[in-house]
Design a protein around this ligand. Structure first.
Ligand SMILES: Cc1cc2nc3c(=O)[nH]c(=O)nc-3n(C[C@H](O)[C@H](O)[C@H](O)COP(=O)(O)OP(=O)(O)OC[C@H]3O[C@@H](n4cnc5c(N)ncnc54)[C@H](O)[C@@H]3O)c2cc1C
Length: 442
């Protein structure tokens, strides 16, 4: 059992900001993440920018944050997934040694806990969405950062959210041909979002920068995918798009399709934190409804990088007993941006009727729409069809089922993610014998 004054789960921008702020004030902090490098989604490491690509402000901010993290004295436990909360103030995490593939179990005790578990992409089922060649935009971007070559590939980007433009611009810079970007939100919604950006000039500049990179690629509003089409060998050939009035096919080699983001609230829910409209309820200091448990970043509202950073700093300082009033106006700006995003990218009702009877909704357990339609609740669907009981444990189909049928899971149970059974029987002190803590971030 290892004991820390503060444990931060999730080393994305929010978690890094929290751990750094608290450790700089003298707290004994452990920052852990299931990735093998800190940075979360937006600062995911991969191929460094090539010499002929300009270094972006995102890369500068990442480098500064990682430099501060290295200097602050917080310990890092990377490649570690928290999967259970066996008793109050105790977390269980599992790591897999890269060298031996052997799992190691870590029992970690905390006085205070900050949850910075981020968000994931939302997928909605439509005919062909499980074809090879159909990716989530963020997932495709992560693959490309890991070396997947998209040069000269024709990529259609579709779905919803600001991530579509960010990813399309990234793919273009990596040599892809972006055939089109289709945003389901209406022109009216997007116009009012664009106006709200006047209060956030840096974000407005960022959006215009993406548009300038994407010159020549149409950005269609009020337009959404209805099917991904394949040839006789099952290879993706095109995406069928509609604007509600007409429908057309657009040829592509790859389709990047996701419908904005949904928060990772499983761990907060397992700890008993109250959720409001699917997000973790926090006060101005990022305290949840559970004593000594804080939550920051995307689980409290999809608000982007700036909101994640400021919330992280506030939670870290609060845990260290320091005042945060000087940060209140930046936090309020983050909240306004979060609300504007939620308004702009709310889903249109037509997306609920894209699935055909044979369209898979749960791709882990091969459950088609027709098997779910007669069911009455999430529990009924699980019992009768195994929907949500495969390796992703409902992370992908759960939000789709909620959008399609309005069902939400009644309870969250450990393990939060698949864990090898053998790992659960490892000797309790096994984690102490391994050199698991590292400060090598890059
Ligand atoms: C796939 C994807 C791609 C994105 N790409 C961009 C982009 O290109 N540009 C942009 O502006 N924004 C992007 N975003 C949005 C961006 O992530 C947010 O705006 C913001 O940076 C969120 O920061 P965060 O620290 O709250 O969460 P994240 O950056 O998501 O960090 C959360 C971290 O917690 C870890 N974690 C979660 N649960 C556990 C657990 N149980 N145990 C251990 N670790 C855990 C995750 O692995 C992750 O590293 C992307 C989001 C997603 C989901």
């Amino acid at each position: 059992m290892k004991h820390f004054e503060l444990i931060v789960v999730g080393a994305g921008p929010a978690g890094i900001a929290a751990a750094t702020a608290a450790a700089r004030c003298g707290c004994r902090v452990l920052l852990l993440d299931d990735n093998h490098a800190p940075g979360g989604q937006i600062w995911r490491t991969g191929q460094e920018p090539s010499a002929n690509k300009p270094v972006t402000s995102t890369e500068n901010r990442r480098a500064t944050a990682l430099r501060r993290l290295t200097a602050c004295g917080a310990k890092l436990l990377l490649g570690a997934r928290v999967f259970d909360v066996p008793s109050p103030n105790v977390l269980q995490a599992i790591t897999e040694s890269l060298a031996s593939n052997a799992p190691e179990l870590h029992t970690l005790h905390y006085d205070k806990l900050i949850l910075a578990t981020g968000a994931r992409e939302r997928f909605l089922p439509f005919p062909g969405w499980t074809l090879p060649g159909v990716f989530g935009p963020g997932g495709l971007q992560a693959l490309v950062k890991g070396g997947f070559d998209v040069r000269n590939k024709r990529i259609a980007v579709a779905g919803s959210g600001p991530l579509l433009l960010a990813v399309a611009a990234h793919l273009r810079q990596d040599g892809a041909h972006i055939v089109s970007i289709s945003e389901q939100a209406s022109t009216t919604q997007l116009l009012s979002f664009a106006l709200s950006l006047l209060a956030h000039p840096a974000k407005l500049r960022e959006g215009l920068h993406f548009r300038s990179i994407l010159r020549g690629s149409p950005y269609r509003l009020g337009c959404w995918p209805v099917a991904a089409l394949a040839d006789a060998h099952g290879n993706l050939t095109a995406v069928r798009l509609t604007n509600g009035k007409k429908t057309w096919d657009e040829s592509c080699d790859l389709l990047a399709c996701g419908f904005h983001l949904i928060p990772n609230t499983e761990l907060p829910a397992l700890l008993g934190c109250t959720l409001n409209n699917g997000f973790v309820q926090v006060d101005a200091q990022q305290r949840t409804t559970v004593p000594n448990v804080f939550c920051i970043g995307e689980p409290t509202g999809i608000g982007g990088l700036d909101a994640a950073l400021i919330q992280g700093e506030i939670a870290g300082l609060t845990c260290a007993g320091k005042p945060t009033s000087a940060l209140a106006s930046r936090a309020a700006a983050g909240e306004r941006f979060t609300a504007a995003l939620a308004r702009a990218f709310r889903l249109r009702p037509e997306l609920r009727s894209l699935a055909a009877p044979e369209t898979l909704v749960c791709r882990c357990e091969d459950v088609p729409f027709s098997a779910l339609a007669p069911r009455t609740s999430w529990t009924d669907a699980k019992l009768q069809t195994r929907c949500g009981m495969g390796p992703c444990q409902g992370r992908i189909c759960g939000p789709a089922v909620e959008t399609l049928f309005g069902w939400t899971p009644k309870s969250i149970r450990p393990p939060l993610s698949p864990v090898p059974v053998g790992a659960l029987f490892l000797p309790p002190n096994s984690s102490d014998s391994q050199p698991v803590f590292t400060k090598e971030h890059q």
